[in-house]
Design a protein around this ligand. Structure first.
Ligand SMILES: *Cc1c(COP(=O)(O)O)cnc(C)c1O
Length: 322
């Protein structure tokens, strides 16, 4: 496909994000390095504005609206972080936002989205087709629909995570990336190919929702029912032709992680690194720890994708597990 975004689009997105997104820190852990025999570099997007990398893609996409689009505003459907990302970006850019959220989304995420000034409409994730609902509402109100991953400007924005990481660390041997619909993974793969050509790029998704792995291995997009997993940011049913097109070209493998492994990583981040990481944000580390790849002697990037988690839920997972 020739209409896939390129690294030039990532560079343009980085320019639009300059002064708006945080340049997030890269943290290390001597304990983890010793355990893996590797040098591990954590890209901490839990410290991004609104608490996840999704601000990058949303702000980039909304920055490109023309005058008519700005007036009518933006509509988005999201299980959480994309909602907050669109709501915050819309407020910063001064345009109206309508967000469709699942009624069982974490309370913290619903409250934060309303707090950013967006109008929130709740729907039943297991009964209603959110994409159809979104398109209907968008048509009614003349708003522009910005999807969580299936959009070239969103992918380009997410790619600035890895661009920034490689600028901070230099070349890497491996890059592990959390994966739902593959927006973050495909954007990061564009940056890896341009800035660290030998780097192995590996996506990690929930075991219960391994549509991406099935798609990658079979060579065509596999759709699954909404998976039940604590990784609520990765409950997507299928990759899109856009993300899959980049992933099959630029990604080396897709691994899976169990909910129990995600909890183990949440505990590691809290106890050893003093980081609050949401379950979905632990996917990449879980893949590095349990994916069966020999990382000894390698320089390994691990993207921590976000830190938005309901505190009661977080406490219960840390104390009791899954
Ligand atoms: C959305 C999200 C993901 C998955 O991103 P995709 O672009 O859909 O693959 C991973 N982690 C967090 C914290 C997210 O919010």
């Amino acid at each position: 496909m020739s209409d896939l975004p390129t690294f030039a689009d990532v560079v343009a997105a980085a320019g639009r994000l300059q002064g708006h997104a945080h340049a997030t820190p890269v943290l290390r852990s001597a304990t983890l390095d010793a355990r893996l025999g590797a040098e591990v570099f954590f890209k901490c997007e839990n410290f991004q504005r609104m608490g996840a990398f999704k601000f990058r893609g949303a702000f980039n996409a909304l920055s490109r609206f023309d005058a008519a689009q700005r007036r009518a505003g933006v509509i988005a459907f999201s299980s959480g972080n994309h909602a907050q990302a669109v709501a915050l970006s819309a407020r910063l850019l001064g345009l109206p936002a309508l967000i469709l959220m699942p009624q069982d989304a974490p309370q913290a995420k619903i409250a934060a989205t309303r707090g950013y000034g967006a109008e929130v409409v709740l729907f039943d994730r297991f009964q209603q087709d959110r994409e159809q609902l979104g398109r209907t509402l968008a048509a009614e109100r003349g708003m522009t629909l910005i999807p969580p991953f299936d959009h070239p400007d969103v992918v380009a924005g997410q790619g600035t995570v890895a661009k920034e990481l490689f600028e901070q660390t230099g070349a890497l041997d491996d890059l592990f990336v959390c994966m739902g619909g593959g927006g973050l993974l495909s954007g990061c793969a564009l940056s890896a190919r341009a800035l660290s050509p030998g780097c192995r790029v590996i996506g990690v998704e929930p075991e219960a929702g391994n549509d991406g792995q099935q798609s990658f291995r079979s060579g065509s997009i596999v759709r699954i029912p909404t998976p039940r997993t604590i990784a609520d940011g990765a409950q997507t049913q299928a990759l899109s032709p856009l993300t899959f097109g980049i992933i099959r070209r630029d990604v080396q493998d897709i691994l899976t992680a169990t909910d129990a492994q995600l909890v183990e990583c949440m505990r590691f981040f809290a106890e050893r690194m003093k980081l609050v990481v949401e379950p979905t944000g632990c996917l990449a580390l879980a893949g590095a720890l349990h994916g069966g790849l020999d990382l000894r002697g390698r320089r390994v990037g691990v993207v921590i994708s976000g830190g938005n988690v309901d505190l009661q839920h977080y406490g219960r997972l840390l104390a009791e597990g899954v």
